[in-house]
Design a protein around this ligand. Structure first.
Ligand code: NAI
Length: 680
């Protein structure tokens, strides 16, 4: 190899076959991402390579973690005008057009992440070779950030795969490994790591005809078929994303319907549409959510903590699933309960989880081997972390702690999954209260990303940092919260759920209440959520919070629970259920003002959020928003409750609350924290 040229982010070599190898290794970054400077340097290298006229060009990454992760997302946050966005997009398109126009074979040699702009760059090459492993992922995930491809991703993918397959990939935003890419026609060769370079060289030297979509795939781009398919796409997207809240997939469908077979027009339409979207509220908020997620991840970055063994006590709904999740993530886990019979159902559920997630028998068996039923609790002595998830009863928990503490390793953490008991009430039973921390998981454990890391007065900073690092190691997002009633998420959610119960008691049908909330952008309406969580659990948490915050629990909730109507699990709650599915009511729902309903629901939630912020339950607004988005699914396109207050104006919400207080009572009384917000 002979190095012929280099810049900050790239260097180019040629080999004895006169093939140019363009290495991308973004300076000062662990990951390759695309920004204006990278495009400038890439452009210069491509111009020079074109002058050299080699036998072919291979583009590869020198980063261990992958090829190119996409655009530098922080660059988006610096774009303030449509013209600015358009210039940035056209610049990228010009560079990729130059790459595509090179007269010799070009190959993208892909390992690890190849997402967004990375996939778009690879599509401008004649061939794509990927490493054969599940960690190599290609895809166009832009819709997840409220945008769509803008550097020719759709204009090139649509002819390559046909409209149906290409649009499925773009609209779902999912990523695929090399083998799936090969089956689709996106990837030409999938080979083990050691053959990657040889495979790229072979493609250059043999220069086979590039992949072409089959006739059936091409048919889906036909002008007569497109309007029909566009309708199907819109319907499919409509099931998961409201056009008003998430415009980007709909814009993409329109661009495809109009220009699928006219590449220059499609390129222009991609850029024009994306330049608008980038400056819209949805994209800005979703980019914000992306950074909030990064922020939570960084809280658990302490790599020096390497626990191996987890002991979980309580094999019920939560403990059983926490144990299964930890075993799935590679930990050795023992699971304790009062008898083997109580542990058995949890082991069965774990098997179902492993089968769904791991697929191959060898991996499923290995995960089962990591999960040990242990009704005598022998694992306490070996564990680096003991997670307690027994009944929500302070006396029972304290007596358990007295029993296990003398047997625990000196540096082991004791984590409780309590959803409501302050750590101060529990740690009195311990000789070393500094080792007690809350790890408050949400139900269902395998789906909910957030874990509240509850920090008591006595919890040591080292224990807190370790609890957060462990949370990351099991691929969950840690949120530090104070040990106050309801912590953050349940405390903010509860007034919203109670207002839904109140509305129902006033005669508003559950389906109408839920529609008001989902129209606002919640993933599930509050009535269905309460039924799903279990009305007994809701009542329990509501009563605890009510006793601390002098609030009232609606009588209708107490009555439902007294009547044994516990929600989905009992087949009867505010809705009726058959085989776990809601039976839709056929009764007429009448003319309800959905906006009034959603204001009542959301304003109570916002009021409690402001109260939590005033009391420093979390450190700042960003963490509060992150908690509500990752703990409850709070409308991500709105960026979280505090971001929503900023967008609407604190004073506006404050006045709305005052109005509701006059009309509906003291539960709407604005929290004193609004004053600070309004005057900040
Ligand atoms: P559960 O009632 O389903 O399970 C509790 C298990 O603990 C039972 O299997 C019981 O036999 C066992 N247990 C009780 N005392 C024990 C002891 N001394 N030694 C060993 N095992 C013992 O309860 P669930 O719902 O799993 O809740 C457990 C904890 O998690 C509670 O603190 C609860 O507040 C909290 N939590 C519950 C959530 C939920 O949605 N269910 C969500 C988040 C936290």
């Amino acid at each position: 190899m002979t190095e012929i040229t280099a810049s900050t982010h790239f260097h180019v070599e040629t080999d004895s076959d006169n093939i140019a190898w363009l290495h991308f290794n973004k300076a000062d970054s662990s990951t390759n991402v695309l920004n204006a400077e990278v495009f400038d340097q890439l452009d210069q290298h491509l111009a020079e390579i074109a002058r050299l006229n080699p036998r072919g060009l291979v583009i590869l990454s020198d980063k261990r973690n992958g090829f190119i992760a996409g655009a530098d997302i922080s660059a988006f946050t610096r774009i303030n005008h449509t013209d600015q966005a358009l210039a940035f997009l056209r610049r990228g398109q010009d560079v990729f057009n130059r790459l595509e126009a090179l007269p010799f074979p070009t190959v993208a040699l892909i390992h690890g992440f190849c997402l967004g702009g990375g996939t778009e760059l690879s599509l401008a090459c004649r061939y794509r070779v990927t490493r054969d492993d599940p960690g190599t992922r290609m895809g166009l995930p832009e819709v997840k950030l409220g945008i769509h491809p803008g550097w020719g991703g759709s204009a090139r993918l649509v002819p390559l795969l046909g409209g149906l397959k290409a649009m499925d990939l773009i609209l779902s935003g999912r990523s695929i490994d090399g083998r799936s890419g090969k089956r689709l026609g996106l990837v030409d060769l999938v080979v083990p790591e050691r053959h990657l370079r040889a495979a790229a060289r072979k493609l250059v030297l043999e220069s086979p005809a590039p992949h072409q979509a089959g006739w059936l795939d091409r048919l889906s781009n036909h002008a007569l078929v497109r309007p029909l398919l566009a309708r199907v796409f819109r319907q499919q997207v409509g099931k998961r994303a409201n056009k008003k809240h998430y415009p980007s997939p709909y814009a993409m469908i329109d661009i495809w319907r109009r220009h699928a077979t006219d590449k220059p027009r499609m390129l222009e339409a991609e850029a024009q549409s994306l330049a608008q979207l980038v400056n819209g509220a949805t994209a800005r908020n979703l980019v914000r959510v992306f950074f909030l997620q990064e922020q939570l991840k960084s809280l658990g970055k302490d790599k020096s903590y390497t626990p191996q063994y987890v002991h979980v006590i309580g094999a019920g709904t939560m403990g059983g699933d926490i144990a299964a999740w930890c075993a799935f993530r590679g930990f050795r886990v023992s699971l304790q309960d009062q008898s083997p019979e109580r542990i058995a159902p949890a082991i069965k559920r774990a098997h179902t989880l492993f089968t769904r997630k791991l697929k191959t028998p060898a991996k499923i068996t290995a995960a089962m081997d990591r999960l040990l039923p242990d009704h005598k609790g022998a694992g306490v002595e070996r564990a680096d972390i003991v997670i307690e998830a027994i009944f929500e009863d302070a006396d029972v928990k304290r007596s358990l702690y007295r029993d296990i503490e003398p047997r625990m390793k000196a540096d082991a953490l004791l984590a409780t999954n309590t959803s409501s008991i302050p750590l101060e009430e529990l740690c009195g039973a311990l000789l070393r209260p500094d080792r007690l921390v809350g790890l408050h998981f949400f139900n269902p454990v395998a789906m909910m990303q957030l874990v509240e890391v509850v920090v008591g007065h006595a919890t040591s900073p080292v224990v807190t940092a370790r609890a957060m690092a462990f949370t990351r190691q099991i691929d969950r997002l840690p949120l530090p919260v104070t040990s106050t009633p309801g912590f953050l998420v349940n405390r903010i959610l509860m007034p919203y759920l109670m207002e839904a119960v109140q509305l129902e008691a006033e005669g508003v049908p559950p389906a109408v209440i839920d529609k008001a909330a989902t129209d606002f952008g919640m993933p599930m309406g509050p009535v269905l959520l309460a039924d799903t969580v279990g009305l007994d659990i809701c009542l329990h948490v509501a009563e605890i919070l009510a006793s601390h915050f002098h609030a009232e629990v609606p009588e209708s909730l107490k009555k439902q629970v007294a009547d044994g109507h516990l929600g989905r699990k009992s087949g009867h709650g505010f809705y009726q259920y058959k085989k776990g599915k809601v039976v839709k009511s056929t009764a007429r729902t009448g003319n309800w003002n959905l906006e009034d309903i959603s204001n009542r629901l959301i304003d109570r939630l916002l009021n409690e959020a402001v109260s939590c912020l005033r009391e420093h339950v979390v450190e700042n607004k960003d963490l509060l928003d992150a908690g509500m988005i990752f703990g409850t699914g709070f409308a991500p396109f709105r960026g979280g409750p505090m971001q929503y207050i900023d967008a609407v104006g604190a004073e506006t919400v404050y006045r709305q609350l005052q109005g509701l207080q006059t009309l509906r009572g003291e539960r709407f009384a604005p929290d004193p924290g609004w004053n600070t917000l309004i005057h900040s």
